[in-house]
Design a protein around this ligand. Structure first.
Ligand code: GBH
Length: 406
């Protein structure tokens, strides 16, 4: 199979999950700093990437990736020097920098001023985007303003499993609109500062009805998880069934629908739904998918879900820009002989290529702080010993390197 011209092989990480260095160079606290995680774990050191980035870039060079997707920490706005050095080091090693502006680490002072439930946060975010772009736009290849607004809305604001820990159910929906608005304003700011290519990265999941009677439940879930975050960006509309709950003002949907150079899909697994039982305030219930193998997180391994999802996106949005898989990966045990991860990646890369995507980014370069699950879940091509900070490439690292060479 021949790859499209300019196909990008990459790896992804995010600032909060790897950097550590909480108190350094003027970093301010974020909503995640003290959010409860598995066994009281926290990310104050994490992979100490802030101090070890040269070693990590050297690993990526050995891996042979053409691109590295990282995120800039909004809490580090006062001193962006680290990202300057990181970007230069990537370029010195022939790796294209792909920068996400925001991967969930909201500064605490922004949250205290209302966070994503406040419209004003979208404008504060655009100012932040402008500052980062002024500093890095001459060297960053691809920009992603916001990582997975769907997960931030649903887990962070509707059910409270992620920071900022709000469990507002449908009252979380204003956050979705403010995130979509922030995306559009940031795209404008990035372009005004000379950004080369701007897109997005959202989490998408095919919604499978458990039985023919559950089609409505699956539709309701897909509307909330998928379409609430694609329609305003790609069509300048909102799904009709949610429109009443969104604080949209005149002109907002022209802002959210900025033309994009690419569309990033973060894919992990499909979701199975059934109609809600009595007393459930939501129009669906999740049902276990048990006819596939599972990862350590218990997520079903379904490579075909990736091609199915890309097809669904193209069907709903015929103007969908070129697609990159901006995250795909799995958590398995600590073992460095990770044949299960190799099988996972092999299946998902095959599905991605069949779907005609323009790039594939493995989540993740190395084991890292998995949000509320702390260090208990390992997603890395590289094993990290959190006592010594020693990095050890797993078998999947060598496999991915060979796959890229091929
Ligand atoms: C991404 O989110 C994040 O961008 C990244 O920071 C994170 O480390 C990575 O994934 C791994 O988690 O239990 O079957 O219902 C992923 C969002 C939300 C995707 C939960 C899978 C659960 C599936 N995930 N979802 S299931």
């Amino acid at each position: 199979m021949t790859l499209p011209d300019g196909f990008l092989w990459g790896v992804s990480t995010s600032a909060f999950q790897i950097e550590g260095a909480f108190g350094e160079d003027g970093r301010v606290p974020s909503v995640w700093d003290d959010f409860p995680a598995f066994e009281g774990q926290h990310a104050a050191v994490a992979c100490d990437h802030y101090h070890r980035y040269r070693e990590d870039v050297a690993l990526m060079r050995e891996l042979g990736v053409g691109a590295y997707r990282f995120s800039v920490a909004w809490p580090r706005l006062a001193d962006l020097g680290f990202y300057d050095r990181l970007v230069d080091s990537l370029l010195d090693n022939g790796i294209a920098p792909v920068a996400t502006l925001y991967h969930w680490d909201t500064p605490k002072h922004v949250e205290d001023a209302g966070g994503w439930l406040a419209r004003d946060t979208a404008f504060r975010f655009a100012e932040y985007a402008q500052t980062v772009a002024t500093r890095l736009a001459d060297r960053v290849a691809l920009w992603i303003p916001i990582n997975e607004p769907a997960i931030l809305t649903l887990l962070g604001h509707a059910v409270g499993q992620h920071a900022p820990g709000k469990a507002l159910l449908y009252d979380a929906l204003p956050a979705a609109h403010h995130l979509n608005l922030a995306h559009g304003l940031a795209v404008q700011a990035l372009r005004a500062s000379g950004a080369r290519a701007v897109g997005t990265a959202n989490n998408h999941t095919p919604a499978w009805p458990a039985t023919p009677d559950d089609v409505e439940a699956a539709h309701a879930y897909s509307t909330l998880h998928n379409w609430l975050f694609t329609d305003p960006l790609l069509a300048g509309t909102y799904p009709a069934e949610l429109a009443d709950r969104l604080p949209v003002r005149d002109g907002d949907l022209a802002i959210t629908a900025q033309p994009l150079d690419f569309y990033g899909v973060n894919y992990y697994n499909p979701t199975r739904l059934r109609s809600p039982g009595e007393g459930n305030p939501l129009p669906f219930e999740l049902v276990d998918i048990d006819e596939y193998p599972k990862t350590a997180f218990d997520w079903p391994v379904v490579p075909s879900g990736l091609s199915e999802m890309v097809a669904a996106l193209r069907e709903r949005h015929p103007n969908l820009p070129p697609v990159y898989v901006t995250e795909s990966g799995c958590s398995f045990g600590e073992d460095v002989e990770d044949t299960d991860r190799i099988a996972y990646l092999d299946g998902h890369i095959t599905a991605a290529l069949a779907a005609g995507v323009r790039g594939y980014f493995v989540w993740s370069l190395m084991d890292n702080f998995e949000w509320d699950s702390g260090y208990s879940q390992r997603f890395g091509l590289v094993h990290v010993d959190y006592e010594t900070q020693k990095r050890t490439p797993r078998a999947s690292f060598a496999w991915y390197r060979d796959r890229i060479r091929r």
